[in-house]
Design a protein. Sequence first.
Lengths: 559, 286
Amino acid sequence: MSVDTELTAGKPLPTIHSLDGWALKQLIEAGLTWLRSNQQIVNALNVFPVPDGDTGTNMVLTMQAAFDEIAKSPEQNFGKMAHAVAHGALMGARGNSGVILSQLWRGFARAVDNVDHLDGSGLAKAFAEARDTAYKGVVRPVEGTILTVAKDIAIAAEVALEETQDPRQILEQVVLAADQSVQRTPELLNVLKEAGVVDAGGKGLFFVLEGMLRYLNGQSLDQAIITVSPLSTMVLDRTMESIEPGQDYEIVLDFQPFRDLNITDFYYQLEQMGTSIQVGEGEGLYRLHIHVPTEKRYAPIDYAMSLGTVTKIAIENLIAQMETDERGCSDEEPVLAPVEPGQIAVIAVSPGIGISRVFASLGANGVVEGGQTMNPSTQEILHSFEDLPSEKIIILPNNKNIILTARETAHLTSKKIAVIPSRSVPQGLTAMLRLIPDGDFENVVEEMTASLNEVKTGEITTATRSVEIDGVEALAGQFISLLNGDMVLSTNNLEDACLGLLEKAHADQFELITLFFGANLTRKEADQIADLVRSRYPDQEIEIQEGCQPHYHFILAIE
Amino acid sequence: MEIAIVTDSTADIPDDLTQENQIHVVPNLVIIDGKPYQDGIELSRQEYYELLPFISTPPTTATASVGTYQNLYEKLIGLGAKHILSIHVSSLLSGVINAASTAAQEFGKSVHVFDSRNVTLGLGFQVLAAAEAVRNGASLETVLEVLMDIRSRARVIAMLDTLEYVRRSGRVSWARARLGNLLRLKPFVDVHEGHVLSLGEARTRRKGIERLRELLIRLGSLERLAILHTNAEDDASQFLRDLNPNLLTTPLIVNVTTAIGTHVGPNGLGFAAIVKKENIHETVLK
């Protein structure tokens, strides 16, 4: 960076004339760090109250891959460094927002080809090219998303150029524009308005840019930001993996403080007691979630009582719960079908090992773990087929948030890639049935794609927060049923969620109902539901399969 | 009788047609609990398919002996045949060609064994075409030309009700690999040039039959057609009714012989077709 004066705290900020490769590296790291600090905020901006591919996590992983690519690079040239960033982002892109983010970097890098030092007008040009590339990368651009934000910042940079050539001042205007643009996204996109959230991808981009600006302004990036989420969006993390040794009890309690809480102090006190601390607030009521060791199991309660009126307490012995909760998922590895040179190979993205085994038995040659909660990166998908002795690859993303990532692999390999846009596991399995490994690539792809609508997809999960979508109201923690991706009902018990879903799907007019049960159910529990479905649908064949997918109690194929 | 025509029971030619065309059919053997039965003679197809799922030891099949073929060839030559054309099920699926060829060695150039590279009416139509050519006074060379031409245009495609029997048969390598995790899978098989290829699967019968129809229509105009089934007469008749009536004249509906049914199981549905010459290039599914 070439600056007029030394950058020192307290002094007025110096004018920056240009940025070099080293500066870009610092900016990328700053953007990444700030995005990571705010990752949970972005994750919470989910339109659907389902455990879906978390945008914040996806964008952090994409930025992380971009930074990893340059972390050890001694490059001074801005343009060369930008290309490395773009390459890293492309390889690590996860989820739709991650892919678009990687496209933004690709455009950005393209605009700064052979630029040694980037000045203000170069920066504005790079933002413009980033926007153009991202728009071109999306088949049907939707406004009210990260794309709109990219467009608005490009305009802001252009306008700012009339006043200044200082990249920092331009970035200031860009961050301001990004913030305003994000706030406007619900006006452009109705689903956001209905869900009462702003666009998550746009918000993520805002944090990346704000992180860069904070770095240039000398502000801290990695301060632990204490968040108190709105009570309605609070998701209590109960996955077993998050239990640390010694933290045997889970305490969840609600209390109304006598006076305003000092949040920093409150967190500090809680950190002395245990881990996995989560705090939510709504209309003066606080909900606290914490894991503590046995001897401290009453400490959070005593502490909360000293701060206010405790209205509800739940204590659970996690170890005992873990023992009784033995989940029946077999970890037997899928036996992948071998592929001969010249044959078509199929890669399936699968959310659970049981589903992977079914894909393998139908002839899948590679399986990439991923799905609702963890979107695989472009690179992970690429790895799954790079070494296969086949030049013709079909990818089944089996999730709408992975389709774009899968398509990106086509730019990174000399192999022929076709992505069948399967939006669910049942769609992917249906396409699989049309696979003829020795067939003509184009014909097989066409047949597989055409078959996608031959099956209806049902999904049953629990709402991660309270919401109303398409006239269906769901409270956090309730079971919700989705039919072909649309929420169709919410209920307090799993049986009703299944039967209600099948009724909405007019299952009585179909022949076969296949239930893939998730890792959160035992075989016995799943069998009981299957029996119930059998008695309700005596004319249909009911098949129950171990899916082992997380979060989703059932994935149903109705055909 | 200048040229006599011999085939085996897997040709699935209805009795009236074999008599009318003077075709000599050697029955294959179906072995149930160690006891051999003559395919199509000692076993009623309907009864067999009804029983098949309940027979504890899976039945197996065997070709007629070399001696059986020898005796038949001898008899035909005794009756005045100058040439015998022995046309059989694909050598990649069965040992019939072996047995017939071994028997033929005794008779020098008078017995010609021809590998149909097909099965059921994919073979049967070749045999019928040869018989017609013979009846029209064609020379052996011409009949062989007719056979090779028909063979290249023969397709047998079927939907099996389950993967179980074909897997058990050990005759189809891909079926072994697909130890179907899904209980309900209806595999499509495509017999072409001797091999049984996979054409994917269906999960429900309704969709499977629909797909079968698409596959048939895609073959274009046909010279001959037979609807094949293993005890699924109703489905076969319905399938035929749903076809475009202009497609052809009167196709055969055939309950497939037990020697084949043993390897595909009951409730299979499919067709054998001879594609017309002019659209043969478009009909290759691959």
